[in-house]
Design a protein around this ligand. Sequence first.
Ligand code: NAD
Length: 266
Amino acid sequence: MSAGSPIRVAVHGASGRVGREVLRAVAAAPGLTLAAAIDRVPQDELPPLPADAPYYASVRDALAERPADVIVDFSLAHATLAMLPDALACGARPVIGTTGFAPEQIERIRGLCAQHGVGGFLAPNFTIGAVLLTKLAALAAPYFEYADIVEEHHEMKADAPSGTALGIAQAIHDAHPERFARNAPEREPLPGTRGGDFHGVSVHAARMPGRMAHHQVTFGGPGQTLSLRHDTNDRECYMPGVLLAVRSVAALPPGLTIGLDKLMSL
Ligand SMILES: NC(=O)c1ccc[n+]([C@@H]2O[C@H](COP(=O)([O-])OP(=O)(O)OC[C@H]3O[C@@H](n4cnc5c(N)ncnc54)[C@H](O)[C@@H]3O)[C@@H](O)[C@H]2O)c1
């Protein structure tokens, strides 16, 4: 892309729940232009898309006809890995929101980007609030003896606890390497009620309809608690982070940058 010209953005997984939000956000964002919408679902089987974009079933066909500087991906882990060589060969830098990669798949993404001499970006959580919650929790962790994380999600979520909850637990542990104090019940009539144990951080997961994604961290010590909470209620919440990544990815070093905090100067 040349300085001053709009950043051309293709969206992979475009007909999905987050992909549709990305189409809407890119179409409305100054300095960006929507190059193509890509998804395996045929367009005539879909409700109308929220933005006008040429629609393709294959990344290779899409980028041959509609070159893009960036490809935003919210699809499935195996689909991301399958499309990445074509996207990179066509000159599109990846901004990846898809989750569920095994560590070796992350390394494969890193290797493909490095091989093409470009920087790619991946964030397991694109909400700016969750990144700040993680940072604030790490800041507070050294000053307390007890720590709880309660996460709540919709009933369709496949994993428990959420990747974000585990990321927060890891950040808290990194900032407080000794194990947190944790009450061990003398009797546990309902096994598991005390939650998961991550280096003494108790982690609880709740699932039901009517929720999207919610994380609360509570620290405790004698005579006081400190609670930090982040709530998302609409998939629009990911868009400021996605647009930040789209605007930043061209300047990233070859390989893969992981985590929105890296783009937020925290
Ligand atoms: N990083 C974040 O902040 C964040 C936030 C929300 C969701 N996610 C992740 O993003 C992904 C998508 O979430 P969603 O809720 O939009 O799911 P979704 O099922 O609504 O959408 C996924 C889309 O990918 C498409 N797809 C699947 N395989 C494909 C292929 N081979 N080629 C082309 N398109 C293909 C599907 O047809 C679908 O339209 C998931 O991995 C989810 O966990 C990440």
